[in-house]
Design a protein around this ligand. Structure first.
Ligand code: ADP
Ligand code: MG
Length: 334
């Protein structure tokens, strides 16, 4: 069980990334932190393995203050998976997965045996074992990242947008496999995403954050959808998102109406493009400029929302990018 008690993170420049967070993550369950870009999800997650120092408050694991533990010991019990799998490019897949067991002093044979088992667990074919990360697709690399995090069998997994950079079909497969794996392994998982659909699908419980690191609602997904605590959550879970969010894509900024329509969930074709985000009345909320890559959207720079606010969207699928833009309150910058 992981508990946040009055946890605040203030960065040296004064930014409050997490504001007085009180929350208990159930042992053996998946808890999802979701919210727009910049709302403090990564910061919250990284305080758990002490990659980021807590400013105020405490985090405990099974009742023990994480600050009382040796940081290296603490991290041995916590697997960590990030968006760009972060694999060692010059090591084979098998050796990437065996990294932590080897660091823990396992024999080479035992570590590789474990790595081979984990490849099966995460659905990687045995013949991948001798390949290098650059020879794998994005989705396969994420599987390796998950296997590597599981290698020393930690009771806790921290997953920071692990599937955001892969295309929608692969992402769904990875989500399904995480659920299957979790049913077998029963880890305590903290999963961060900015995609509400992913949050609802994966979370036993979902914490919705708003900009400023404030927890807006912490609930089971069904309750979140049925009883959003306030307008922000209501907008974010987007019961009306299907018609509220329309996207347009073009290789140049063309007037509204001349652009091919991209509906939520569509992939961007390869190549740079503009996405105009409009509301239900087709009033522009803002622009995203980026390039389609592997069916996802790599956002190159943030854009002005008419009215003057800047906003920023993390790379991810078009759908997530649009969701992030649409879910920022009144089109404000996040
Ligand atoms: P999220 O993961 O939800 O997108 P983050 O936790 O990365 O958000 O960031 C939360 C807020 O803290 C943002 O406003 C971000 O700009 C700010 N922030 C993150 N890291 C730092 C840092 N090292 N110094 C100052 N501000 C930071
Ligand atoms: Mg983040």
């Amino acid at each position: 069980m992981i508990e946040f008690r009055g946890v605040t993170k203030r960065f040296p420049d004064g930014t409050i990334a997490v504001d007085n967070l009180d929350l208990t993550l159930d042992a053996g369950k998946i808890t999802v932190f979701v919210g727009p870009s910049g709302c403090g999800k990564t910061t919250s997650l990284r305080m758990v393995n002490r990659m980021i120092e807590i400013t105020e408050g405490t985090i405990t694991i099974d009742g023990h203050d994480i600050m009382a533990a040796d940081a290296a010991d603490l991290r041995r019990g916590i697997g960590y998976v990030i968006q760009q799998a972060g694999l060692f490019p010059h090591r084979t897949i098998l050796d990437n997965i065996a990294t932590v067991p080897l660091l823990l002093g396992w024999s080479k044979a035992k570590a590789r045996q474990r790595a081979a088992e984990l490849m099966e667990v995460v659905g990687l074919a045995p013949e991948m074992s001798r390949r290098y990360p650059g020879q794998l697709s994005g989705g396969q690399q994420q599987r390796v990242g998950v296997a590597r995090a599981l290698a020393a069998d930690p009771p806790i997994l921290l997953m920071d947008e692990p599937f955001s950079a892969v295309d929608p079909v692969v992402r769904e497969n990875l989500q399904d496999e995480l659920l299957r794996l979790q049913a077998d392994l029963g880890k305590t998982i903290l999963f961060v995403t900015h995609d509400i659909d992913e949050a609802v699908k994966l979370g036993d419980k979902v914490a919705v954050f708003r900009t400023g690191g404030l927890l807006a609602q912490y609930d089971e997904p069904g309750r979140l959808l049925a009883r959003p605590a306030d307008d922000f959550v209501d907008g974010f879970v987007g019961r009306d998102r299907g018609y509220r969010g329309l996207g347009f894509l073009s290789s140049a900024a063309l007037p509204l109406g001349e652009l091919p329509t991209v509906t939520l969930g569509d992939s961007l074709p390869d190549g740079a493009g503009w996405v105009l985000v409009v509301d239900g009345a087709r009033q522009p909320l803002g622009w995203i400029h980026g390039s389609g890559r592997d069916g996802g959207l790599a956002v190159e720079h943030e854009h002005l929302i008419p009215g003057g606010s800047l906003y920023e969207v993390e790379s991810g699928s078009l759908r997530s990018a649009l969701d992030a833009a649409l879910s920022s309150p009144s089109g404000q910058g996040v």
